[in-house]
Design a binder for this molecule. Structure first.
Ligand code: SAH
Ligand code: SF4
Ligand code: F3S
Length: 485
């Protein structure tokens, strides 16, 4: 899912990025007698992870999955609201499902996720084919609403919870390579970045019981998985205490004074097994601590890679964005990463071009920050105003679209240059690579990643899930090529 990517029509590469890539079930596991669920997901990895929880909930009700919406009894679309384009994609898919429903009146169509939360009953009014609307914290209600819809009553639940983490639900892994899996460790977001719709669609931040996280990681390892990515909008603010998080409800016998922060959590997961790689996303520059960096250094199996979105390289713009750090603070965090983990540690970013009132000089500060940090790659977007956000209320979206696109293109070009430069530094070096399977582009090549999250393509015939040493011989801005040692 990584690479050089951008939110720009002319590049048509958007599908590769986590916030807009689509994710359709490819597994046909429903038996003849089972009712069939078709689910597709848009947006971030958290949404994909939620679809695995949703599938698990419906599996208990006797559903199996199908890869074709035409044959489904229930079609679910798990949606994203992060940019206007993401919502447009969903509207187009609903149009497609409308065609299916014309032929098969029995099928139930449900909208889940962030767009469901943002638009609520408006979705039922605007999209007549929709039978049920469920927000991210209401998935336990799905069986009830599906049943109701099958009896002819449309249903909606967009209640946002302060406690729900689905900790007890064991996700059904969808489209998995059997090697790497996501684990949600928290939900919601308490930051109020002025451009961002997430706090409104996902609600208050809450952390999941660390013991249930460790159990899930152990279970994945036992099933042959070799890499877990711990997910949250702001993983560094992970905080769980037995007392606060209602020990009684979870029926744990732990010491009530126990408090687990993010550094403690990655250590707990790293200890599951030295052969289980641990990754995490997303780190917020205001919250990432030296303690986390030292814990990463201490455990070989915690990967040397940090996704640390800057959004902008200019302090005035960062203030308008309400990111609560400035350029100097951000640079200080990058210096800490380089000092503690060295220059081989992968760093990536998200950047927004053309935020409200951004001047040409301020845009150049973003380019110069990129030159300073030398990101391995970035997810790059132009600003898209979202209704209800602080920025929509307070600032004018005054940068013309052509200017936004031009600035974005400059950011993309800069990143492409730097990615190539960074990848060239790896030529001649040897890396431990976790094998993920065969390369998408050619079946006779294998694909894996090194600790810094770089994709390495090499020739050979080794089982997926194994660790091999690969010497890098060549590269593009997005990929390393190498040979088995
Ligand atoms: N929690 C993560 C980001 C989640 S959203 C963090 O704080 O870094 C993923 C990315 O989408 C953001 O980092 C931002 O770069 C981009 N994004 C969010 N809202 C946007 C908007 N209104 N317009 C353009 N890009 C946006
Ligand atoms: Fe949005 Fe900011 Fe929260 Fe990330 S940290 S999800 S950008 S509000
Ligand atoms: Fe999109 Fe919601 Fe994720 S808005 S990016 S699916 S949290």
């Amino acid at each position: 899912m990584q690479g050089l990517i951008a939110d720009i029509d002319l590049l048509e590469v958007e599908k590769d990025q986590p916030e807009s890539c689509e994710f359709k079930v490819t597994e046909e596991n429903a038996t003849q007698t089972q009712r069939k669920l078709y689910i597709e997901s848009y947006g971030c990895q958290m949404n994909f992870s939620d679809s695995e929880i949703v599938t698990s909930i419906l599996k208990k009700e006797g559903f199996g999955t199908t890869s074709s919406p035409e044959h489904a009894d229930v079609i679910l679309i798990n949606t994203c609201s992060i940019r206007e384009k993401a919502e447009q994609t969903v509207r187009n898919r609903l149009n497609y499902f409308r065609g299916i429903k014309k032929h098969n009146r029995e099928v139930t169509v449900g909208v889940l996720g962030c767009m469901a939360e943002r638009l609520k009953s408006k979705l039922l009014e605007e999209e007549k084919i929709v039978d049920l609307v469920l927000g991210p914290d209401a998935y336990r209600d799905l069986p009830k609403l599906v049943k109701q819809a099958e009896d002819g009553t449309k249903g909606i639940n967009t209640f946002l919870s302060r406690e729900e983490t689905y900790a007890d639900i064991s996700p059904v892994r969808l489209n998995s390579n059997g090697v790497s899996a996501f684990i949600s460790i928290m939900r919601g977001c308490d930051n109020m970045c002025s451009f961002c719709v997430v706090p409104f669609t996902r609600g208050r931040e809450r952390s999941r019981d660390p013991h249930s996280i460790v159990l899930e990681a152990q279970d994945l390892f036992d099933k042959g998985y070799r890499e877990v990515t711990l997910l949250g909008q702001n993983v560094d603010s992970y905080k769980w205490s037995a007392e606060e998080n209602n020990k009684a409800r979870l029926n744990k016998k732990d010491d009530v004074s126990e408090v687990v922060n993010f550094a403690n959590l990655i250590e707990m997961v790293a200890k599951v097994h030295p052969d289980l790689r641990v990754r995490f996303s997303t780190s917020h520059p205001k919250d990432i601590t030296d303690e986390v960096l030292y814990t990463m250094k201490k455990y070989e199996n915690i990967c040397n890679y940090i996704h640390l979105p800057a959004q902008s390289g200019n302090s005035r713009v960062l203030e308008l964005m309400n990111r609560t750090y400035d350029r100097e603070w951000y640079i200080n965090r990058v210096d800490a990463i380089r000092n503690i983990l060295g220059h081989e540690c992968g760093i990536s970013s998200d950047m927004i071009a053309g935020f409200c009132s951004e001047t040409e000089e301020e845009h150049k500060d973003t380019l110069s920050l990129m030159d300073y940090v030398k990101y391995d790659f970035s997810y790059m977007f132009f600003y898209s105003e979202r209704p209800g956000t602080l920025a929509a209320k307070k600032y004018e979206d005054d940068i013309p679209l052509e200017v936004k696109k031009r600035r974005l293109q400059e950011i993309i070009d800069k990143q492409s240059e730097i990615s190539l430069e960074r990848n060239k530094l790896d030529i001649g070096k040897q890396f431990t690579v976790l094998v993920e399977g065969t390369s998408k582009k050619s079946d006779d090549k294998m694909k894996g990643r090194n600790s810094a999250n770089k994709v390495i393509i090499f020739e050979g015939d080794v089982p997926k899930g194994s660790y091999v040493t690969v010497k890098v011989t060549d590269c593009t801005p997005a990929t390393l090529f190498g040979e088995l040692v």
